[in-house]
Ligand binder design. Structure first.
Ligand SMILES: Cc1ncc(COP(=O)(O)O)c(C=O)c1O
Length: 395
């Protein structure tokens, strides 16, 4: 699109000018239903007045100081996140990858403190943890790693959702210090493990003294119908990474830790210039307060069930559709044969979504979604699937 931008994105030929709620308008004035929320970020929808007001007010006072000094909004945000999650302490970063970097560093220090010279973290196939060198090394997708060798060492890979594989790894490798896993794999195609998976992972971690580290960058902050996806299983992790929806679009990430893991970092171990600055933390506080005051976590669970049922009723019998699955408002529609033109067909019908793993339409609509808007998603997506039928029939 612009020769001065690096060529690392395959962008759709469209740009947006403004939005309100679940609706977003392009530069030509056409309006779309945003069922992707900027990849799971704008959970309150676009231009939410509470976030706008918090950002404007904070920007008028102070946008940035530094972590050399106390940051009151950062303390308030840490208190609130710990209350909501049951975790003990928070490190604030600027992105999901950086939140996972902090988790990886905690696990390594934790391992060294136990006398393990080369600590190993278990990670799963088909996972996504970010694009920094350590997080792409942890990621279970060769396409994301290819070309960037040498990868960071210290990761061992097992299939996602496979408890026996974790047990086998425990028997074979004495250097394992923890496991890093997504409660639901998002980028990998909305893959949901069997019920009880996280609970069993928790038990194995307890048995071996491993850190249970959850990447809730995509699943966290109400997306799956709980504040955090681990709350479906009634457990607590030792470490959790958050980002995406935490400040409704203002960049922020967070690594939360509990128990021994919360006391691993000492001054000098880790840091960031921007992470947890007053602007980002004020936006995050406004986001969390709004989600809490408006009961949006419960709403996400109810609306997720409604949308999933409606999608199944409309599309399950379609010969192109293989599976429709979801947890809260994180929904995947798997096709027998994927087609890269689907997001562009969506634009034609005024609907934003992404295509994952080549054949899974992923929906991450704002948590404020109404029933009428959910019905509109079903209607437009049905049209998109019909358009796909027509375009492949005529090809
Ligand atoms: C589960 C998960 N972890 C980490 C990341 C990386 O986050 P970021 O792009 O903010 O670095 C993502 C982004 O999609 C994600 O879905």
């Amino acid at each position: 699109m612009n020769e001065h931008l690096m060529n690392n994105y395959a962008r759709l030929p469209i740009a947006f000018s403004h939005g309100e709620g679940v609706w977003i308008t392009d530069q030509d004035g056409k309006t779309y239903l945003d069922a992707l929320s900027g990849i799971g970020v704008c959970s309150l929808g676009h231009a939410h007045p509470a976030v706008t007001e918090a950002v404007c007010a904070q920007a008028g006072r102070l946008t940035h100081t530094s972590n050399l000094y106390g940051v009151p909004a950062q303390s308030d945000l840490a208190d609130r996140l710990c209350r909501l999650s049951g975790m003990d302490r928070v490190f604030f970063s600027n992105s999901g990858a950086e939140a996972n970097e902090a988790a990886i560093k905690i696990a390594r220090l934790y391992g060294h403190a136990k006398g393990i010279e080369l600590p190993v973290i278990l990670v799963t196939e088909n996972s996504f943890h970010g694009r920094t060198m350590a997080t792409l090394s942890a990621t279970g997708n060769r396409k994301i790693q290819a070309g960037f060798e040498p990868l960071v060492r210290g990761f061992a890979r097992i299939p996602f959702g496979d408890i026996a594989a974790i047990e086998a790894a425990a028997n074979n490798n004495r250097d394992i210090v923890g496991i890093l896993v997504e409660p639901v794999q998002g980028e990998g195609g909305v893959r949901i493990p069997e019920p009880g998976y996280l609970r069993e992972v928790r038990q194995i971690c307890d048995r071996h003294g491993w850190l249970m580290m959850l990447d809730e960058v995509q699943t966290g902050i109400g997306r799956t119908g709980r504040w955090f996806a681990f709350q479906h299983d009634d457990i607590l992790p030792d470490v959790m990474a958050l980002a995406k929806a935490l400040a409704n679009g203002v960049p922020i990430g967070a690594c939360l830790a509990r128990g021994a893991a919360a006391d691993v970092f000492r001054p000098g171990h880790h840091g960031t210039t921007f992470g947890g600055n007053p602007l980002a933390c004020s936006a995050a506080l406004a986001t969390l307060k709004t989600i809490e005051n408006e009961g949006l976590v419960t709403h996400a669970e109810e609306m997720g069930r409604y949308l999933l049922d409606a999608l199944r009723a409309a599309l399950s019998a379609h010969p192109r559709i293989k599976d429709i699955r979801g947890r809260g408002l994180m929904i995947g529609i798997e096709l027998h044969d994927g087609d890269g033109t689907l997001p562009a067909l969506g634009l034609g019908r005024g609907l934003l979504f992404s295509l994952q793993a080549g054949n899974v339409i992923r929906l991450l609509p704002p948590l404020i979604l109404s029933r009428d808007e959910a019905d509109e998603i079903v209607l437009r997506l049905t049209q998109v699937i019909e358009d796909l039928e027509r375009s492949t029939a005529s090809a």
